[in-house]
Design a protein around this ligand. Structure first.
Ligand code: SF4
Ligand code: F3S
Length: 104
């Protein structure tokens, strides 16, 4: 599966949702997540994200993000149509380690 990682937090460009063939993105206040049990591993969303937030979970160290994508995709609403990014999205694009902003 692919997972959305912290680079999405406060950016939420939503280009990813337009290309997913199985519509498996779910929207929270500050980021999107993928439902790992719905993702068919096609990889087409990965290059679409301007923040490079989408990564295959075969990369090392992604356990935390796999867990977070699994948990919140079960709670958050599905998003299938691109919407405007937050006005300050570009300010957060190159910020590292945004996890502490996940709930703010
Ligand atoms: Fe959707 Fe494919 Fe991305 Fe999985 S890898 S979230 S199926 S676009
Ligand atoms: Fe987030 Fe990138 Fe999609 S910033 S909303 S994963 S296009």
């Amino acid at each position: 599966t692919y997972v959305v990682t912290d680079a999405c937090i406060k950016c939420k460009y939503t280009d990813c949702v337009e290309v997913c063939p199985v519509d498996c993105f779910y929207e929270g206040d500050n980021m999107l997540v993928i439902n790992p049990s719905e993702c068919i591993d096609c990889g087409v969303c990965e290059p679409e994200c301007p923040a490079e937030a989408i990564i295959p979970d075969t990369e090392p160290g992604l356990e935390k993000w796999l867990e977070l994508n699994t948990k919140y995709s079960a709670e958050w609403p599905n998003l299938t149509t691109k919407k405007d990014a937050p006005a300050d999205a570009d300010e957060f694009k190159d910020v590292e380690d945004k996890f502490e902003k996940f709930f703010s």
